[in-house]
Write a protein that binds this ligand. Structure first.
Ligand code: IPE
Ligand code: IPE
Ligand code: MG
Length: 236
């Protein structure tokens, strides 16, 4: 168990505030999402420089499907283009790309790009970049509960054997260590259905900056703040 921190092994980020960033400039919300893509590039770069092993980015939540269709369609297009453009860079940077969430809800052309990025970076062993897409933590937990119930009903597992470890193995994040550091931008003090199980003992840093303004120095500052925290995990 790690009691003093240096560099977090896993950083998870709730990338929030794209729309407000754009509004503040009199621009359409979509311009905020476009500008946010550059912050994604910098976050990946910073994590590579710091030797972070896992970076999880909350890009689209289960609840975001309730947004106007026009914004959803534009976001999906942006995602597809982002993946197409970034794949050569990810390959060159030894980034392993993964996803969590109910991807079957995404348009087919997005899923194709996602599958391609996952398959072609599978053997990379540098930073693991995880995009949370159509992701909701309650959905993830209920999916795990259902999978375990099905196995129990089929006699494959004994309900008495369900413990934290077995449960974790049925989450979308089965092979990913829990985040050490959770960052949320735009100053909102809420979790918005992100990684509820996995952040049980994460250190939380809230930045007042909107996501498109959250750049290299800001992520480094969050990591510095993390290093000053005293993680106790319930001990004294
Ligand atoms: C975060 O920015 C990106 C997504 C949720 C897709 P928002 O779109 O939530 O921007 P705000 O919070 O309305 O400013
Ligand atoms: C959380 O941001 C989801 C993502 C960053 C993808 P939201 O903007 O959807 O969260 P709320 O609605 O402010 O809680
Ligand atoms: Mg928001």
């Amino acid at each position: 168990m790690q009691l003093t921190n240096d560099i977090p092994r896993h950083i998870a980020i709730i990338m929030d505030g794209n729309g407000r960033w754009a509004n503040a400039r009199g621009l359409p919300r979509m311009e905020g999402h476009r500008a946010g893509a550059e912050s994604v590039r910098e976050a990946v770069e910073t994590c590579r420089q710091l030797d972070v092993d896992y970076l999880t980015l909350f890009a689209f939540s289960s609840e975001n499907w309730k947004r106007p269709k026009k914004e959803i369609d534009a976001l999906m297009k942006l995602l597809e283009r982002f993946l197409r453009e970034k794949l050569p860079e990810m390959l060159q940077q030894n980034v392993r790309f993964q996803t969590i969430g109910r991807l079957n809800m995404l348009p087919a052309n997005c899923r194709r790009q996602l599958d391609k990025a996952v398959a072609s970076t599978r053997d990379n062993d540098g930073l693991t970049l995880i995009l949370a897409l159509s992701y909701g933590s309650r959905e993830e937990i209920t999916d795990a509960a259902r999978a375990l119930a099905i196995k129990a009903a089929a006699g494959e597992i004994d309900p008495a054997d369900i413990d934290n470890d077995l449960f974790s193995k049925h989450l979308y994040t089965a092979n990913i260590p829990d985040p050490d550091l959770l960052v949320r931008t735009s100053g909102e003090l809420r979790i918005s259905n992100f990684l509820l199980w996995q952040i049980s003992y994460s250190e939380i840093v809230i930045s007042p900056k909107y996501w498109p303004d959250f750049r290299n120095a800001d992520l480094r500052a969050a990591v510095d703040e993390y290093a000053r925290r005293h993680r106790r995990f319930g001990t004294v």
